[in-house]
Design a protein around this ligand. Structure first.
Ligand code: SAM
Length: 279
């Protein structure tokens, strides 16, 4: 029988946030696979856990993934940990999970901290409906397409960003989304934890003078309802099918094409999806 891949969430700053179940899973695993072995070794040393450790990261995920799958198939249990926080959220764990599922290997979560949700709950912005958008691409075209695709979304948006890119990203967000409320959440669970609740235009001014340091989550209010610029968009004169097909022809997946068409028309995605599929 195959072993189990345990996705072990580790603290995003404060070591006190590790769970008992996570410690037990790490102790019981046959192998720990870590995105950054040096960082994980510090964690293991702190909790006096001695276990075989191997690296699994963006640049070796193919070969190391294949090796881990073989181990799991042979009945060994593997604990996967990311740099920090929940595995498979903006890290290569996502890949290994798919491979396990393809190979009929069980995957089990060991829950814990995730920066996005903890930032959201202290942002002061609506929490009932939100979308995690991850990191914006460094590629200008992809970044632009991503922002265009979400600009009419009315739910709260959550982005991750690295400090050295923060200034540029705030400007791109302002250009694409207009002036909206933003909560800039920094260094969650650490000594310098901070939440700045402001607007995108003020945030740009703020970081013009001040260098950005630490880890950041950006929580941004959704578009005001009914503000989608539906009249100016010539694509809105097409039928729904033609509209979606146009985006597919441009290279978008069907899912993204439906999302874009819905944003253009200022209607829910489900409406476009149903009409496109004649449901
Ligand atoms: N797996 C992680 C999680 O569960 O949140 C995210 C990993 S992603 C590679 C790293 C990004 O998460 C950082 O660039 C930052 O945007 C965010 N992040 C991680 N820890 C954070 C913290 N303590 N405070 C604020 N943001 C954090």
């Amino acid at each position: 029988m195959s072993g189990v891949l345990y996705l072990c969430a580790t603290p995003i700053g404060n070591l006190g946030d590790i769970t008992e179940r996570c410690l037990k899973t790490l102790r019981d695993a046959d192998l720990i696979a870590a995105e950054d072995t040096r960082r994980t070794l510090q964690l293991l040393n702190h909790f006096e856990i001695t276990k075989p450790l191997t690296s699994y990261h963006e640049h070796n995920k193919r070969e190391k993934g294949a090796y881990i799958i073989e181990l799991l198939k042979s009945g060994k249990n593997v604990a996967l940990v990311s740099d920090a926080g929940t595995v498979a959220i903006s890290d290569p764990g996502e890949d290994l999970v798919s491979r396990c599922i393809e190979n009929d290997i069980s995957v089990s979560p060991i829950p814990g901290a995730v920066a996005a949700v903890n930032a959201l709950i202290i942002s002061g912005l609506p929490t009932r409906r939100f979308a995690f958008e991850g990191f914006l691409s460094v590629n200008k075209r992809h970044r632009h397409e991503h922002l265009e695709a979400v600009k009419n979304d009315t739910h709260t948006l959550i982005f991750y960003e690295a400090p050295h890119k923060l200034k540029g990203t705030l400007k791109d967000l302002y250009e694409a989304l207009g002036d909206r409320k933003i909560a800039i959440i920094r260094e969650l669970t650490k000594i310098h934890e901070e939440a700045i609740r402001t607007t995108l235009s003020n945030a740009i001014k703020l970081y013009d003078d001040e260098p950005a340091r630490g880890e950041f989550v950006l929580v941004i209010e959704g578009a005001a309802r009914g503000t989608a610029n539906t009249e100016d968009n010539p694509l809105n004169s097409l039928s729904v099918s033609e509209h979606v097909e146009k985006y597919i022809a441009d290279g978008l997946s069907q899912k993204d094409a439906v999302k874009r068409a819905a944003a253009d028309r200022g209607v829910p995605k489900r409406e476009i999806y149903n009409e496109y599929h004649n449901l």
